[in-house]
Design a protein around this ligand. Structure first.
Ligand SMILES: Cc1ncc(COP(=O)(O)O)c(C=O)c1O
Length: 402
């Protein structure tokens, strides 16, 4: 239990497994705790640090859940998921993405977090190397440590959209490399891999016997009219991890999925049976309504709203003096260089919270490469709130030591 000062008491660390030394907390959680304390003390805080859409779960999904709750005994489902949901996800790939995926290859998981753990548990052994871009989603390296693998963080460049390239991977990979973790759209940059870049990365990995695990959790959230390609258009031998959390507005329901190569379904089934038995039954039932036309209509309006927010906030931040080297093509983040104001983004973020009442995430939550000069803004508040945030930040930057 956290003490009154928001810190956990220190325990006897020798009782913990050695791997626990490598498991990092989200630094932004301390910031969240501080933001809540300031709010409790009566301050108005604009929270742009949370990677969660501010919209409620769409009504048709909630209605379906309410109906099911009345009628269904809510027992476990098969470990691989409700067969009707696996079929619905396969249909979605065929209809929305133009890719044929057999329902048997779809594994429903408790969020993509469990999907990533399931896949990495199946692929990563002690001292196996896992390649991933830096900056990237922070949990990935912790998952690798959980399975006693080694992380090879590949520093990426703005000119490549902060995505790994075959040339960068070639520089960093060694003979022990077993897995390449990719994400598109990515967190924290919102950058999207185009078809040629995606294909080149997959070809590079597959020609070296390295298995690709592709995180497509932000997939529905692209800006503009061209849906970016799913990695499934390039290969059937990779793992795609996806979720109902972000595009479908179902973060708290904890339901996602993995598309696995045929040979991997049985091992994933075995692991899922042992690790969590099944994803939450009510959430799986509710997710069936996520693909209905009336839900998709709501979700598409929200996607357009995220684009409006990006288009509002990006030029405003640049006018203040932030540099945003990669214009995001997806997700709802802006990864901004704050070096004009500070070379210690963690300190900068704390000052911004205390003095301007705006909470954002420091770069060190996403890795070490250029982390001290970058911060992430999540466009998870409506435009009038973003406008207020910009005014507060402008005032703070004009009087930093206030
Ligand atoms: C890139 C990425 N992958 C995976 C996740 C995990 O999401 P969930 O477990 O809700 O599907 C997140 C959450 O923020 C994320 O940003």
């Amino acid at each position: 239990m956290r003490g009154m000062n928001g810190k956990y008491p220190k325990g006897p660390s020798h009782r913990l497994a050695p791997r626990m030394q490598h498991i990092q907390p989200f630094h932004v959680m301390d910031l969240l705790a501080r933001a809540r304390a300031l709010e409790a003390a009566g301050r108005e805080i604009i929270q742009l640090q949370i990677g969660e859409p501010d919209f409620p779960t769409p009504e048709p999904v909630r209605e379906r859940a309410a109906r099911v709750l009345q009628q269904d005994p809510i027992h476990y489902t098969p470990a691989l998921g409700l067969p009707v949901l696996r079929a619905a996800i396969a249909r979605h790939y065929a209809e929305a993405e133009g890719v044929e995926v057999a329902p048997e290859r779809i594994v429903v998981t408790p969020g993509s977090s469990a999907g990533l753990q399931l896949v990495l548990a199946a692929l990563v052994g002690r001292d196996d190397n896992v390649l991933m871009g830096d900056p990237g989603y922070p949990c990935n390296s912790n998952f690798v440590h959980l399975f006693e693998g080694r992380v090879i963080a590949v520093p990426t460049r703005p000119e490549d959209g902060f995505q790994p390239t075959p040339a960068l991977l070639e520089q960093h990979a060694d003979a022990g490399a077993r897995v390449l973790l990719l994400a598109s759209p990515a967190n924290p940059t919102g950058s999207v891999l185009g078809e040629a870049a995606l294909r080149a990365l997959i070809d590079w990995a597959e020609s070296r016997g390295i298995v690709v695990v592709m995180d497509e959790i932000y997939r529905g959230l692209f800006h503009g009219s061209d849906r970016p390609p799913t990695a499934l258009t390039c290969s059937d031998e990779l793992f795609v991890v996806n979720s109902f959390s972000k595009y479908y507005g179902m973060t708290g329901w904890r339901v996602g999925w993995v598309v696995a190569p045929e040979w991997a379904v049985e091992p994933l089934d075995r692991l899922a049976q042992n690790m969590y038995l099944s994803a939450p039954t009510l959430a799986q039932q509710a997710a069936l309504a996520a693909f209905e036309p009336e839900t998709l209509e709501i979700l598409e309006q929200r996607r357009a709203e995220f684009t409006r927010r990006r288009d509002f906030l990006l030029p405003k931040l640049e006018a203040l003096g932030f540099r945003i080297p990669v214009v995001p093509d997806g997700a709802f983040y802006l990864y901004a260089d704050c070096s004009r104001f500070s070379r210690d983004s963690s300190r900068f973020v704390l000052d911004l919270l205390e003095q301007a009442g705006v909470a954002i995430t420091p770069g060190r939550d996403f890795g070490t490469h250029r982390a001290d000069t970058f911060v992430r803004f999540a466009c998870t508040r409506p435009v009038p709130v973003l406008k207020k945030a910009v005014e507060c930040i402008a005032e703070h930057l004009a009087n930093p030591g206030r």
